[in-house]
Write a protein that binds this ligand. Sequence first.
Ligand code: PLP
Length: 457
Amino acid sequence: MSTPTPNSAEARDVMFHLHSQTNAQAHAANGPLIMERGEGIHVFDSQGKRYVEAMAGLWCTSLGFSEARLKRAAAEAYDKFGFYHTFNHKTPAATIDLAEKLVALSPIPQAQAYFATSGSEATETMVKLAWVYHTVRGKPGKRKIISRDRGFHGSTIVAASMCGMPRMHREFGLPLPGFLHTLCPDAYHGMQPGEDEAAFVIRLAATLEELILREGADTIAAFIAEPINAGGGIIVPPAGYFPAIEAVLRRHDILVLGDEVVCGFGRTGEMWGSQTVGMQPDMVALAKGISSSYFPISAVILGKPIQDALAEMNKGGEIFGHGFTNSGHPVGVAVALETIRIYEEMDVVPHVRAMGARLRAGLDALAAQSRIVGQVRGAGLMIGVELVAEPASRTAFDPALKIGARFDAEALRNGLVIRAMGDTIGLCPPLIIDAAGVDEILDLFGRTLASVEAGLA
Ligand code: PLP
């Protein structure tokens, strides 16, 4: 990336295109990185340079970038019709098949599936369903939502309010009133001197309960969490975290909402991230891996108590006043069904465990050689490598050094796409990756780490 030449695609991009999650000044100065096409776990830019896409795009293309079966599934769905909807009792036939499939796979017993198109729509839908649930049970005052520092739940106004990141709130006057935040279960930085993980978990649960009591349990509807925080820096909660906080939440009649947008569909080495971390949600939001992001589709899986509340609400003839034009879109549904069929055929869970173990072992070996790796953490094929100034004392780098951003730039030069979250380097490659692909990531990661480290000498 360099200063765009006038009238080039780069210059037109700077002029006409507002990018998501991008610094406009840096973009104007350096221009975009234009990606042209993909092949398996690789993508190629407009100059023909090849990259290992070790972030699966945005934690999403689990089947890589060129799965022909998904293209065919979409084409066959388009042969039937380009669109149909799910309002007023109507539905495309395939949408029923996907609902049944998701319920069969679901971590929630006796569930139903509701469809939307983005992760944000799915997390917001869970909030509305939580409000319905409490209102119907005679507790309309239970409205507030608790989420966690460093969590990510989307970009629409309620979803952004639930995020625990300053950049999602700052200029927008968010969070909305009634959206509360509690501690992130980051044991690496969050434990106090003398505290072990078990004591840390007890403190996290106690802090949550203090918040609930301060606000009034009769004002709180739900708690939302990713099983493993993705965008917040790949934070794996300490053992026993979810059982401990869920005991608090159940005591106060607060629903547990699981955000499986990144963790779902095998990413963490179980079909659901909630299984990996021992979480028992009342509803979950799914997106990304549901269709390998080849079509925008998301879903909410809702348990029986929520369905009963909806039935109660509608018994006077009212309708469920919620829905998106593209909910249950037949093309998205066909792509999702084929994606899930491929996960089943490749036996995705053991494959992710094997490839994740290989990636983890290689990163641990690189960490052992490095003087700036503080921690390698994660589950399955979702791994974070935190770079710190002094591993022994867990002392972070001065933010002005922008170590994560340096690593990102150097990785791109080396042909590796990673995600720098502060100074934590995220890896979340397509789940189809094989041993050679893992080794290629390790080689490029090792070279990048060595040159970033050398630059600090
Ligand atoms: N939840 C999580 C955990 C995510 O990582 C994201 C997006 O990255 C979302 C929700 C929002 O999804 P979308 O961007 O499709 O609205």
